[in-house]
Ligand binder design. Sequence first.
Ligand code: F6R
Length: 584
Amino acid sequence: MCGIFGYIGEKENISKAIIEGLKSLEYRGYDSWGVAIAKKRKVFIHKQVGKIGKAKLKKIISDCGIGHTRWATHGGVHKKNAHPHKDCTGKIILVHNGIVENFETLKKELERKGHKFISETDTEVIAHLAEEIYKKTNDPKKTALQVFKKLQGLNAIIILFPEDKAFYAIKNGSPLVTAKTDKAVILASDVQALLPYSQQVYFLDDNELLEAKKGTLKLFDLNGKEKKFKFIKTNFSPSQAELGKYKHYMIKEINEQPKVVEYIANHEKENIERLAKTIKKAYGTYFIGCGTSYFAGLAATYLFSKIAKRHVNAVVASEFSYYLDFIKKESLVVALSQSGETIDIIDNVKKIKEKGAKVFALTNVLGSTLYRLSDDKMLLNAGPEKCVVATKSYIAKIAILFLTAHSLSQTFEKGKTELEKTIPQVEKLIKSKQIKKIAKRIKNKEHIFVIGRGISYPVALESALKIKEVSYIHAEGFPGGELKHGVIALIEKGTPVIVYNPRDETYEDTLSAAYEVKARGAYVIGVSDKNSPAYNEFIEIEKNGEAIIIPQVVIAQLLGYYLALERGYDPDKPRNLAKSVTVK
Ligand code: F6R
């Protein structure tokens, strides 16, 4: 989703600084971008459709500027709709993340007053509204506060007043985080853009106004009363966010998974035991998440049932508001979110808290909105995940949930041993050339199906998501038993079907399903600890209890990656997807 970057401080090559800042936000997803730089009494604005790529703006030495990457919502992908937007006088410049729900009403009023609009965006309305208010207040701070109070919806804005060499930032939805060094104040939508400057950061709370002027940084509440900052040290380091020797972040992050598992197995016992105790005490536990995070929650329902003999629920976060009637003070919601900013999670967590229930967050981002909102939290400690598709954050969640289930059943050490056994298995899969060869063979197929039963079923769902979102081949996951109820109609000669078939209680039934699809011409890729004539291709992974789901998913991650390369797509930035989904 949209990315915001702002710099104010000592004079420097600011076009370069803003471009670098925006580049570090690229992974969030965008379709156009722009910058505004204050230069003496003028403002230089540049906007462009498409990726930043190797764009080189002319060198501008200045002390103040803002930039934006846009993910279109209101108004098509067009230069005129790219941010920054300005008012009629050109003295108020604005970038925005979110949706102004009452923009049509505001726009009509402003048009009646003679304001001329250039774009189709809701954002431009804010700039003209600020102009109207500034005419009366002649005070940038009051203007920012009053403008914000008139907006409906969830929004984050930076308003630049070039003549005052100041910008004001305020939000009630999408994240904004700031850092201050001896030389400058930097503001961004994401902590990763701040890492080259400082690891000491401050995440703005909703309804806080940040005033950044050269050398000063102040914080106010909605009434304009000054507040104190509490900076925290982020757990991400600048080097962790670099590509290093890898071609893409996706393969870099797949390669980092053994380390993520090792860290969790050896350093997180205390946190995991606390989560287990919280679940034990709760009267009804709900895991909520979106996309891959939801599939981790769904895997948890099987892990808890099988290992801890405990019933827990998994609900897609965007559907959770329809479950709120079940929530009581004694209920527990475990919110799963890599970014900690997904709007469907945040929205529900607020509602859950209003009902007095407890929220335990599993997130990768220290200081994120979810982190701050939750009653208790545990970090995934997977390091920055820059590829749009989730890999290592999923594995971190699975490792934590697997050990939590073991902790509940008083078998933590057994779980730890099984978890650690996945490390060489994953390393072997990453090194193997087999999955690359399979990708070559199936790269032109229209559909890929993935089946599994029991614990392998949520893995089938996550696998299909991984494959389709980077390769754009239609992929679907199913419980093995569901095939006969419809999907088998789609199997024809050569259709790839990935069959997760560990030798557990699901083995015989899944094997029958493999034979059934093979009889109809499918190209069966069997993933098991035992080969069978039912498989055209056999990927061997050793038996290892429920921890088997980790190498299973890695196979799909690698297959998705190689399919994307074979088909000529960028695996790090799949079309239409955003890393951090901060609008509904
Ligand atoms: C898929 C993927 C998404 C995210 C989803 C939730 O590869 O990355 O499905 O899992 O958008 O994001 P978080 O975990 O940040 O809440």
